[in-house]
Design a protein around this ligand. Structure first.
Ligand SMILES: [Zn+2]
Length: 316
């Protein structure tokens, strides 16, 4: 374990305990920066230790991460996300997806005429993306990896909260974007109603993989410091938010943390937790489901969604 500071202010002395959560016998504590409000995990596993928390179960054991019908839904949402990029770039361009997984989003962008590149932490996932002919490198993007002014769009879908130093990454990306280029980020919202109601039981807390928990304000603060300005913000995510409510309700009601999520994953038969999700819990999930769609519609439409999607333009 190592000490961590605020990714925006660079300090770790001026912060107070925010909340703590237990996971397989480990206690994890999040702290909140007194200066800027950013929530960060401290202490946190070091770069050499974090790998054990991204095991086979995290990525899914096979070709796909989730069960078939969930993958169909994921594809539908990824397609909608890809077509949202048209709003900013009607004619496409050159895109880089950081943490691209098996390349689903990149493949959809490519079909829409984009030139695409990706980076991915898991060598197995990167390998599967390459099998589809996608140029994907393993590890974080390096300084000078792409020529200056060569990219129109950089995307980080549920990725920035996993990074050790998001500010340094943004500093590397900034010169690679052409003038008028954009960074699109989706991430859990620690100021959301979901986060406030469920606290340590909130599905999107996900320690110790989530090293930082942003709000629209703290993310904008970080991006402003690195030379980006907010262009658009979207709180109503059908891809993330109904499920966030559902799993958090189940966590709070005493179902094993993330059990439904584990059930929905496509794990090898030996690791299949099907038996651990009781019929009672599945019935409960079915009963809660309509509310989990209603709540975002009523409460998150105008702000405060469990996750948010933010678009930043490069300042020159
Ligand atoms: Zn700070």
């Amino acid at each position: 374990m190592e000490g961590a500071g605020c990714a925006i202010c660079g300090n770790n002395a001026d912060s107070k305990p925010f909340l703590q959560a237990w996971l397989v016998g480990f206690r994890f504590q999040y702290r909140r920066c007194n200066s800027c409000g950013l929530v960060f995990l401290n202490p946190r596993p070091g770069v050499q230790e974090i790998g054990q928390f991204y095991d086979e179960e995290y990525y899914g054991g096979g070709r796909q991460k989730f069960r078939d019908w969930i993958e169909t839904l994921r594809l539908y949402f990824a397609r909608r996300r890809a077509s949202r990029m048209k709003r900013f770039f009607p004619g496409g361009g050159r895109a880089l997806d950081l943490g691209c997984g098996q390349g689903t989003f990149l493949e959809l962008l490519r079909k829409e005429g984009w030139e695409v590149q990706g980076t991915e932490r898991s060598p197995d996932s990167a390998c599967r993306a390459r099998l589809s002919g996608l140029p994907v490198s393993v590890g974080e993007v390096q300084r000078g990896q792409f020529p200056d002014h060569s990219l129109d769009l950089v995307t980080l879908w549920q990725v920035i909260e996993h990074l050790y130093d998001p500010a340094v990454l943004m500093r590397r990306i900034h010169p690679m974007l052409r003038n008028g280029g954009m960074v699109a980020i989706s991430t859990p919202n620690i100021e959301s109603l979901q986060a406030r109601v469920f606290r340590e039981k909130w599905f999107h807390l996900d320690p110790p993989r989530h090293l930082y928990l942003f709000s629209p304000q703290t993310l904008e603060r970080l991006m402003n410091r690195e030379g980006f300005r907010l262009v658009a913000l979207n709180h109503l995510s059908w891809e993330q938010n109904p499920y966030g409510w559902l799993q958090s309700f189940l966590n709070r009601m005493g179902s094993a943390n993330g059990s439904l999520y584990a059930y929905l994953k496509n794990l090898p038969p030996s690791r299949d937790p099907k038996g651990s999700v009781s019929g009672k819990n599945l019935l409960l999930a079915a009963g809660l489901l309509p509310f989990c769609f209603l709540l975002p519609l009523i409460l998150e439409r105008s702000g405060g969604g469990g996750t948010f999607e933010a678009y930043f333009g490069k300042e020159t």
